[in-house]
Design a protein around this ligand. Structure first.
Ligand code: HEM
Length: 142
C-alpha cells in the first residue's frame, strides 16, 4: 500500500479529534457538575465512550505519524498518546474514589491534551506548507 507523504488523513483525524475533545471536555464539566439530573448516567457513559474512542484516534495519529510526520511531530503525538492513556486511568480512578485532587488532574490533563492536539495541527500545517514549497521549487527547476 502506497503511503507516500499524504498528510490530509492525518489532518482530518486531528481536526475531528480536536472537535470531539472539546465536546468531551464540556461533557466532563457536566458530569462533574453538582446538579444531578436523570441524564447524568447517560452523560457519564457518553463521556466514557468518547474517552475510550479517543485512545483509538490518537493511536491512529501516532501510527500514521511514523510514515508522514517529522521527528518533532512524532514526539508530540507520542506525548499526547501517553497523556490520553493516563487520562483514561484517572477517569476510572475517579469513578472508584472521590478525590478532589484526582478530579483536578483529570481536568488539567483534558486541557493539556487539547493544547497538544492544537500544537500538532499547527506543526502539521507548517510541515505541509514546507513540503508544498519544496515540491514547487523542484518543478520549477525541471
Ligand atoms: C480523553 C479523555 C477524557 C477527557 C479529555 C476528559 C475530560 C474531563 C473533564 C474536563 C472533566 C471535568 C473535571 C472537573 O471539572 O472536575 C471530566 C470529569 C470526569 N470524567 Fe473525564 N475525561 C476523559 C475521559 C474519561 C474517562 C474514560 C472516564 C471514565 C472512565 C472519565 C470519567 C470522568 C468522571 C467520573 C468525571 C467527574 C469528575 C468529578 O466528579 O469531579 N473521563 N472529564
Amino acid at each position: 500500500m502506497a503511503r507516500g507523504n499524504d498528510m490530509s488523513g492525518q489532518r482530518t483525524v486531528g481536526v475531528v479529534g480536536a472537535a470531539g475533545l472539546i465536546i468531551q471536555i464540556v461533557l466532563g464539566f457536566f458530569v462533574a457538575g453538582d446538579v444531578s439530573s436523570p441524564l447524568s448516567p447517560f452523560l457519564l457513559s457518553t463521556h466514557m465512550i468518547i474517552g475510550l474512542s479517543g485512545v483509538a484516534l490518537v493511536a491512529y495519529l501516532v501510527a500514521r505519524a511514523y510514515y508522514v510526520a517529522s521527528a518533532g511531530l512524532k514526539f508530540l503525538y507520542l506525548v499526547t498518546f501517553i497523556i490520553v492513556l493516563a487520562q483514561i486511568a484517572l477517569g476510572f480512578r475517579i469513578l472508584s474514589v472521590i478525590d478532589q485532587q484526582l478530579a483536578m488532574s483529570h481536568q488539567g490533563a483534558g486541557i493539556a491534551i487539547l493544547v497538544l492536539l492544537g500544537l500538532s495541527e499547527m506543526m502539521l500545517a507548517r510541515q505541509k506548507r514546507a513540503q508544498a514549497a519544496s515540491a514547487s521549487v523542484k518543478v520549477a527547476q525541471k
